[in-house]
Design a protein around this ligand. Structure first.
Ligand SMILES: *Cc1c(COP(=O)(O)O)cnc(C)c1O
Length: 378
């Protein structure tokens, strides 16, 4: 028997405090009790996001959060630039195309981070864009884009353009400072670094994004203006996922208790530990600028990544494989959820075991020793 473990970049394992909150009796959402929990969770979420207020909680996955942010702030038919450097960047390009925006897609080789010079070049050719769409942590390739730099360049060259950022796996994992960096939309979800089950999206908009959105009201379920009015009162327009909100409230306590900067540091340290240990097993890092949310690793020469993913699965451990073109070469374990240094060591030990089974000549404990060393030094 193996203990089932979720070691993929979402959904992640959630803490027992969250499971306990999820198991409580269902409360009616039009009550003072719910109102109190909801307002409390919203305030904590704003604290985690390092914004003054008004993070909206939607009952949906992260994708709907991004859809809502785009539709609320950019007029249909407007021109947007989408940074397409992996599966999620590609999703935002497709989303914008589906709604009839004029989309300029900045295509990057998978595994590469945005090169500011290339971005400057492209923005100079398209000074009329209404928004720039980017992912922060591109989970499909393991790249953390330098959103601070991207926003700086965009603010200079296209000052009118809004900067809409997919922070689904960066919130609670990588340094993220929406106000200091001048971001206009931060979108995230519950099932990643926030250690809550899937089902909630989070959306924060800057003042100037709200100002632009005043003239637009293109959606029904995802009407952010209506949500803002309701959520300030501790209510939602439609029935919220009450149990998930209770779970979120508990998860946020744990993250805020640890302190957001400590959470960033812990996840980065553990992720680097996995990457460094895997390198000692001939698994090269896939991302040129690693996101702390996921260890994107290449299978050693001669091995197929899906066999490695299956090897983990046989041992009860769910990691992610590569998507699309990266499928044959990429595998992606992650300590994004409720995980500590010993979980990182377990991933490394299982990787050794799996690679041995696939015929690699590895002495027992080789990568575990590397991991222990990294942990001791950092
Ligand atoms: C998980 C994820 C999403 C959201 O996907 P949903 O399935 O809609 O929750 C978006 N962007 C990134 C980078 C992700 O990792």
């Amino acid at each position: 028997m193996y203990k089932p473990r979720l070691m993929a970049p979402g959904p992640v394992e959630v803490p027992p405090q969250v499971l306990e909150a999820l198991a409580r009796p269902i409360i009616h959402h039009r009550t003072e009790v719910f109102k109190e929990i909801f307002l409390r969770a919203r305030a904590k979420l704003a604290k985690l996001t390092l914004v003054p207020d008004d993070v909206l909680i939607l009952t949906s996955s992260g994708t709907a959060g991004f859809e809502a942010a785009l539709l609320a702030t950019v007029p249909r038919g407007g021109k947007v630039l989408g940074i397409n450097a992996g599966k999620f960047g590609e999703r935002w390009v497709k989303l914008a195309e589906r709604y009839g925006y004029e989309v300029v897609s900045m295509e990057l080789e998978w595994g590469k981070a945005v090169d500011p010079d290339e971005l400057i070049n492209l923005l100079s050719q398209h000074p009329d864009i209404a928004a720039l769409l980017t992912t922060h942590s591109e989970t499909s390739t393991g790249v953390l884009h330098d959103v601070e730099q991207i926003a700086k360049v965009a603010r200079e060259l296209v000052p009118e353009a809004l900067i809409l950022v997919d922070c689904v796996t960066s919130l609670g994992a990588a340094e993220l400072r929406p106000l200091e960096w001048g971001l206009d939309a931060v979108v995230s979800g519950s099932q990643k670094g926030v250690m809550t089950p899937p089902g909630l999206a989070f959306v924060w908009l800057s003042e100037r994004a709200w100002a632009k959105s005043d003239k637009l009201n293109p959606t029904f379920y995802l009407d952010l203006h209506q949500e803002l009015r309701q959520q300030r009162q501790g209510q939602t327009t439609y029935t919220p996922a009450v149990s998930l909100v209770a779970g979120l409230d508990a998860a946020l306590d744990l993250l805020l208790e640890e302190g957001i900067e400590n959470v960033w540091a812990r996840r980065d340290r553990l992720n680097r530990t996995i990457i460094t240990a895997a390198e000692s097993l001939a698994c090269a890092p896939y991302a040129e600028r690693a996101s702390p949310a996921v260890a994107a690793l290449r299978a050693p020469e001669g091995l197929k990544a899906p066999a490695i993913v299956r090897g983990f699965g046989k041992r009860g451990m769910r990691i992610a494989g590569g998507q699309d073109r990266a499928k044959p070469v990429l595998f992606r374990p992650s300590v994004l959820g409720y995980a500590d240094a010993y979980d990182a060591l377990t991933i490394v030990a299982v990787l050794e075991d799996v690679l041995r089974e696939l015929g690699q000549n590895i002495p027992y404990g080789q990568a575990v020793a590397v991991a222990m060393q990294v942990l001791a030094e950092t």
